[in-house]
Design a protein around this ligand. Structure first.
Ligand SMILES: C[S@@+](CC[C@H](N)C(=O)[O-])C[C@H]1O[C@@H](n2cnc3c(N)ncnc32)[C@H](O)[C@@H]1O
Length: 287
């Protein structure tokens, strides 16, 4: 039986010309690049959304997106569909170990009274909450409970940020979290399946919408740690460099920028030195 007989519309192949048009729009607005390999993903994301709003062709949908305020509202939904939101708690152990080492050294200095961190491209919140859990644990073990810390967590997608703010996760998602931290900072919800982050931890995180292509609008500076992983993988090389250079300028002297391993190749920056730590890609601000 054909898909149509089941009431399922097959994905309409996009022409080369329209693919280039969509590719250009998404790249310019978000930095996300849809190469030929990712063309089927783009086709599926666009046609699923078009079906929901009863539009039959890519051209009409494109025109609708360009149409003033309604186009802007539609863009918010589409961006969420186009982004890969995969994430997890303590996703890349070595990167967290490096952050721990860095913060421990800062806490050993009695002059340190505050720590400021930024999770750029925070998806559904697992990354900033992991950083908060790490710091809570560190403040406890170093006996420096009075040190203030704040985490800024940003993402381009508003629906994704709404999930992050809610801080509700299925039991399966909590496997990377040490048991004692889970007991202390999560509570089981009435459905006996999902856990919610404690209010005290949430209060440490300021979630905000921010497109990494518009970093000049971000009012953040003097960061001790900027964590930006698995966001720039789909960005073109020159855009990656622009974003990372800009992030570097938001670090305080001695602050560290932690990227995903392999996300930048043959790259140097006058403000930064590469940190030699196993299985990580990180830089320290030295100037
Ligand atoms: C794969 S997730 C990574 C989440 C987390 N950093 C991690 O490593 O687990 C990528 C996130 O980057 C966000 N993103 C993509 N393009 C962006 C942009 N131009 N500005 C800000 N966030 C963006 C997506 O919405 C998505 O939530």
């Amino acid at each position: 039986m054909a898909l149509e007989d089941w009431g399922i519309k097959p994905v309409v192949p996009i022409s080369d010309e329209l693919f280039a048009l969509w590719q250009g729009l998404i790249d310019a607005r978000t930095g996300m690049t849809f190469t030929q390999t990712r063309r089927p993903f783009l086709e599926i994301a666009l046609s699923t959304r078009m079906r929901e709003i009863a539009i039959n062709d890519y051209e009409t949908y494109y025109e609708q997106l360009m149409a003033g305020a309604s186009g802007e509202r539609e863009w918010v939904i589409l961006v969420d569909r186009l982004a890969v939101q995969e994430t997890s708690f303590f996703r890349h152990a070595s990167s967290y170990a490096l952050v721990e080492q860095h913060l421990k050294a800062q806490l050993a200095d009695p002059k340190t009274q505050a720590l400021n961190l930024w999770s750029a491209g925070c998806s559904t919140g697992e990354e900033p909450y992991s950083l908060a859990l790490l710091i809570e644990d560190l403040l406890h073990t170093t006996g420096r409970k009075s040190v203030f810390y704040g985490i800024t967590a940003t993402d381009i997608s508003l629906p994704t940020l709404a999930k992050a703010k809610l801080g509700v996760y299925n039991e399966r998602k909590l496997h990377g979290i040490p048991e004692q931290l889970k007991e202390q900072y999560f509570h089981l919800l009435a459905n006996h399946r999902d856990w919610q982050i404690s209010q005290s931890l949430k209060a440490r995180i300021a979630f905000a919408q921010l497109n990494l292509m518009e970093l000049e609008k971000a009012p953040f500076s003097d960061m001790d740690v900027i964590f930006c992983q698995n966001v720039l993988i789909y960005f073109r090389r020159f855009r990656k460099r622009d974003v990372v250079s800009h992030l570097a300028s938001r670090l305080q002297l001695g602050g560290i920028l932690v990227l995903g391993v392999g996300e930048m190749m043959d790259w140097q920056h006058p403000l930064l030195e590469r940190i030699d730590y196993p299985d990580t890609l990180a830089y320290r601000r030295i100037a």
